[in-house]
Design a protein around this ligand. Structure first.
Ligand code: IVH
Length: 714
């Protein structure tokens, strides 16, 4: 077994272990950065994330020469996700170093004085401001007009979200007063807690996934392709710093804040000048006491050296200015008893352990349940029923179990035994290689998955049946009139009779029944890709559904091919590496760019289950019609058919996505990383390591022009 370096104390690491651990941390932190910045779906708390970064910094401090090129200390956030045009910030958008206790804050003041060569008794005035838990953006104003706005991205390049920012009322389109000709105003986009809760409530009603916290909700709302969606979300903005500026903006940060207000921006009214570290700490404590009562989430206080001339002298180091520091609040924690661990079964059959707690108030909210994530997490923290546990809310609605208070562990307690069977249907629960989750294999026969799967089936992106939301669906399930998806389409008439005497039920009348039947009829004909997505096959999201639809064209063709693929797979369970050795149909499935072996296994696996085939037949019998799609086939003379192509860097003539889609249309396989099998690497501006790797491997490298020539575009 490989050595697990993650639990070894920093001071005990030898050189080799440190190298391994730095590599592991770089990958793990990058993954969390992506989850946080691009997917708006963080998986760990800010405190856990900070701990990972701190560990990385500490190891680098011990072994400076081992610091990696891709070290988290050299990066801010994650690179932009690619849906929006990129914007290069005129000045990089920095991050802040963190202080966790008064000593760290003292250290900050000491460093500032030392750097400025000031005697220890010189007062260093700072401005203290609440640290808003939102997302930072940069707004460019030219001659007082708002011209462009971008997210932070990786600090160097962000995403152009100008049209979306124009919908936010706190962002002035025109500035008033004496403003430099060119200025980048920076600050935080956030959402009020009450607005976040109302939005989530509406999302539950509309059968849409809820946001975990106001921050994710603000980020998700800002990064919308359709700006009318952003316009419908109550986003707000506080201005607090600047990027490039062509003229003076004040002599101090405080003056600058007053100017911001005069120009038309919202500035946090709590910002305060402090003459000393003691005053700064008093401010921190006061804001901390007020924290739960504030209408928005904050995760600390930012201290900024007030004098701009001092800020200029202090400059920055790696990713953060020397003139500012974020004094973080500890996550809101409490201790309580873990009464029971229950297992929830999700739509795709994932078994999620949930801690049922003795109710307790944390950060102003009564908590009685917390997520335990998965089997490994329980084992790692050795969480047992009856334990007293420390729980914490890190801005999220659902709290986490941080640790066990071992001194309070009752005698005779036993480690938790994670079940092997699904609590909802009794089917075997298995854990696939490389996955953390255990999954029920019961599919549509599992009642837990049934309601989730049906909910998914009728959801907006799938069959999109109006008037069949969560509540009504549950009612039909409870009454036993719907068991599988096909039953939805026989609600009006089943075996010659009305399946559900709706008009006789409480709260229903002939009108509402008719309306629902009509809504169902309207959706009896469905596009092939919606149909595929609706099936809820593990790993098959909208994008994959589209790929499958375009490749197979009709439900019949797809089903026949997948049944064969499933048989091929069954006959060759061990050939886990090479699809072509498994069989032609299975290989053809894996051949679709974007579908790997693992996903192919899930798709073929769906067709290996009789109950799924029955469900498909039943849908057709109930009158569901799947519209065929034109099969997208590469032209016979395509010069790139079958070749694997990697695009890297910024293209000039089209977005990377458009270029990739075009390559796929021409029969090329688009990949994300370079290997010996890569046919071409197409490099745009600022291409990085992928171009280097292509060179090293002797893979053909094309400029954008050469690529366009190759595919006959110029
Ligand atoms: S100043 C160069 N002030 O915290 C310094 N940042 O951890 C730029 N933040 O990226 C940041 N409230 O997203 C500053 N009053 C405030 C802030 C604040 C929230 C965020 C911001 C920044 C992050 C750094």
């Amino acid at each position: 077994m490989a050595l697990d370096t993650s639990k070894i104390a920093v001071k005990k690491l030898d050189r080799m272990m440190a190298e391994m651990e730095l590599a592991r941390l770089a990958a793990e932190i990058a993954e969390h950065d992506k989850l946080y910045h691009q997917d708006d779906a963080p998986r760990i708390s800010d405190a856990d994330y900070d701990a990972l970064r701190r560990r990385n910094t500490e190891i680098e401090a011990r072994f400076p020469d081992l610091a990696r090129e891709d070290s988290p200390t050299k990066k801010v956030g994650a690179a932009p996700a690619g849906r929006f045009a990129k914007v290069r910030h005129a000045k990089p958008m920095l991050s802040l170093d963190n202080a966790f206790d008064p000593e760290d804050v003292d250290g900050f003041f000491t460093r500032v004085r030392r750097f400025l060569d000031l005697p220890t008794n010189t007062a260093v005035e700072i401005v203290a401001e609440p640290k808003i838990d939102g997302l930072s953006i940069s707004l460019r104003y030219e001659k007082g007009r708002f011209v462009q706005g971008a997210t932070r991205g990786d600090g160097v390049e962000g995403e152009d979200v100008t049209p979306n920012l124009r919908t936010i009322k706190d962002i002035p389109q025109r500035l008033t007063g004496d403003v430099p000709d060119v200025i980048d105003i920076r600050g935080e986009i956030y959402m009020l807690r009450e607005d976040f809760l109302a939005l989530n409530e509406a999302r539950v009603k509309a059968d849409e996934p809820v946001f975990a916290n106001p921050r994710n909700s603000a980020a998700g709302s800002l990064r919308q392709i359709d700006s009318s969606v952003t316009a419908s979300r109550p986003l707000r903005f506080f201005a607090y710093t600047m990027g490039e500026a062509s003229g003076p903006v004040g002599k101090t940060h405080w003056e600058f804040l007053q100017n911001l207000k005069a120009w038309g921006f919202q500035v946090n009214p709590k910002a305060k000048r402090c003459a000393s570290a003691e005053e700064a700490l008093a401010f921190y404590n006061a804001i901390g006491a007020e924290r739960a009562a504030l209408p928005y989430d904050i995760d600390g206080v930012v201290y900024k050296v007030n004098r701009f001339d001092w800020q200029d002298q202090l400059g920055m180091v790696s990713r953060a200015p020397r003139w500012a520091i974020a004094h973080k609040f500890p996550a809101e924690q409490a201790q309580t008893k873990l009464n029971e661990i229950t297992i929830q079964v999700g739509r795709t059959g994932v078994l999620t352990p949930v801690a049922n707690l003795e109710p307790i108030t944390v950060g102003g909210v009564v908590v009685s349940r917390a997520t335990l994530h998965n089997e490994d997490e329980i084992a790692r923290k050795d969480i047992r029923v009856g334990d007293t546990v420390v729980i914490q809310r890190a801005g999220d609605v659902i709290p986490q179990v941080v640790s066990v208070v071992l001194e309070k562990r009752p005698k005779g307690s036993k480690p938790y035994d994670f079940p092997d069977r699904c609590p909802a249907c009794g089917s075997l629960a298995i854990r696939e290689e490389g996955e953390v989750a255990k999954r029920c294999t019961g599919g549509l026969i599992c009642p837990a998955q049934r309601s989730e799967r049906l909910r998914h089936f009728v959801s907006r992106v799938a069959f999109n049946i109006d008037g069949l939301g969560e509540e009504r669906l549950q009612l039909f399930l409870d009454k036993g009139v719907i068991e599988g998806p096909a039953d939805i389409f026989t609600l009006r008439t089943r075996d010659g009779k009305q399946a559900a005497p709706l008009a006789e039920w409480d709260g229903w009348g002939p009108q509402s029944a008719l309306k629902l039947f009509q809504a169902i009829d309207d959706r009896r004909r469905v596009s092939f890709e919606r149909f595929i997505y609706a099936l809820g096959i593990h790993q098959v999201g909208e994008a994959t559904a589209k790929l499958l639809a375009r490749r197979y064209g009709t439900l019949d063709a797809w089903r026949a091919a997948m049944i064969t693929a499933a048989q091929e797979r069954k006959a060759n369970p061990d050939e886990s590496k090479k699809p072509e050795k498994i069989g032609p149909e299975f290989a053809a499935l894996c051949d679709i760019a974007g579908i790997g072996l693992n996903m192919a296994d899930d798709i073929a696996g769906f067709f290996a289950e009789k109950h799924n085939l029955d469900a498909l037949n039943a849908l057709e019998k109930a009158g569901v019609e799947v519209e065929p799609v034109e099969i997208v086939q590469a032209p016979a003379d395509s010069p790139v058919a079958g070749k694997t192509v990697v695009f890297t860097g910024t293209l000039q003539t089209r977005t990377r996505q458009a270029a990739e889609a075009q390559a796929e249309k021409l029969g090329a396989k688009v990949a994300g990383s370079v290997s010996k099998k890569t046919g071409y690497v197409v490099i745009g501006a600022d291409a990085g390591s992928k171009a280097d790797k292509a060179k090293a491997l002797g893979v053909a490298i094309l400029t954008e022009d050469e690529w366009l020539k190759l595919i006959g575009e110029t």
